[in-house]
Design a protein around this ligand. Structure first.
Ligand code: MN
Ligand code: MN
Length: 331
């Protein structure tokens, strides 16, 4: 239901309840016109940005990702999202906490700064939705989630494995999940990669559903396999937008031809509606390489789909036991 009218709802919204009616072309930009707040009392989901691209291998620009995803999300913030058919903000209290601050001139301090930012949110009992930033940010984000939930089942959409080898300390968006395995943050036996189309000689025990398998088997089979691998473990969704084909997501740093369509990725995600997710990030949106905001809009849409999954899980009382339970009344 569209309830709110008026502009700059990121600052003026009196309530967290429901979608808004603000024009898409103006006003202060928060994610989906949610109110900016760092008071997490009674909040179900906190959205924030991590504008880092210092760990990028190839083309930079993901530092502009959070702003672009917020801007694109204004197009999605005026009514019930398709095909869910309900307003997630009648079921979930969601705020935008702004962006994580870190000192770009002291790269050795950045991981800890992101982890502190995440722990402030996760330890307050809120579910975290993070807008990247390059994919390195997932490592400190997983560290904060692991501290609360224990070893996580990683559901990674990506063209790349990001488990290549280093000595464990690199600020690198291609090695962070290797660190996550070695430090016990994720359980590879319950983790799965979707859309891979680059070589890595070792899978490290993670189930790999490469782009050809996804294309051949279809969304329902992919979702079934992801559900089987994850089981009832607390799951973390990490969506690298380069899992999408460059035709659907040109605005990214390391595009690889032959990827998923946005429609296919959304269909897979809908098949994961009962996976007990405890957190999500969407990363690697690089607006300088984008065209007509198509990549940013895909990222915003995927994030909104995930919010609808969380909203539906709260309604049904499913999801991981350590997710704070639904308090709002379901219509
Ligand atoms: Mn990645
Ligand atoms: Mn990638």
């Amino acid at each position: 239901m569209v309830k709110k009218t008026g502009s700059d709802q990121a600052f003026t919204a009196a309530s967290l309840d429901g979608m808004g009616g603000e024009p898409t072309y103006g006003g202060a930009l928060s994610f989906l016109r949610r109110r900016y707040s760092r008071d997490f009392a009674g909040v179900d989901v906190v959205v924030s940005g991590v504008p880092l691209d210092l760990a990028t291998t190839n083309r930079p620009g993901a530092r502009f990702g959070p702003q672009a995803i917020r801007r694109a999300s204004a197009m999605l913030s005026w009514g019930k999202p398709w095909p869910w058919g309900f307003d997630p903000f009648e079921r979930l209290a969601v705020v935008d906490a702004g962006d994580c601050w870190f000192d770009f001139g002291r790269p050795e301090t950045i991981a800890a700064a992101i982890e502190r930012h995440a722990r402030d949110i996760v330890d307050a009992g809120a579910t975290m939705l993070t807008l990247g930033g390059d994919h390195f940010i997932s490592e400190p984000l997983l560290r904060a989630h692991h501290a609360r939930y224990g070893p996580l089942a990683l559901v990674q959409f990506d063209a790349h494995s990001d488990t290549w080898a280093d000595e464990g300390r690199r600020l690198d968006h291609g090695t962070q999940f290797r660190h996550a395995i070695e430090d016990g943050l994720i359980d590879p036996r319950h983790s799965v990669q979707v859309g891979i189309r680059t070589f890595n000689d070792a899978d490290h025990g993670i189930t790999v559903l490469d782009a050809a398998w996804v294309e051949a088997e279809g969304a329902a089979a992919v979702a079934r396999e992801v559900r089987r691998v994850v089981g009832d473990r607390p799951a973390y969704l990490s969506f690298d937008v380069d899992c999408l084909d460059p035709g659907f997501a040109p605005g990214t740093g390391t595009p690889v031809a032959g990827g998923l369509s946005t429609a296919a990725a959304r269909a897979i995600l809908r098949g994961l509606a009962e996976v007990p997710f405890v957190g999500m990030d969407v990363v690697e949106v690089s607006p300088p390489y984008d065209v007509a905001d198509v990549t940013a809009l895909a990222a915003a849409t995927i994030a909104l789909d995930w919010l609808c999954i969380v909203a539906r899980q709260r309604r049904r009382g499913i999801g991981h036991a350590r997710i704070p339970s639904l308090t709002s009344v379901d219509p």
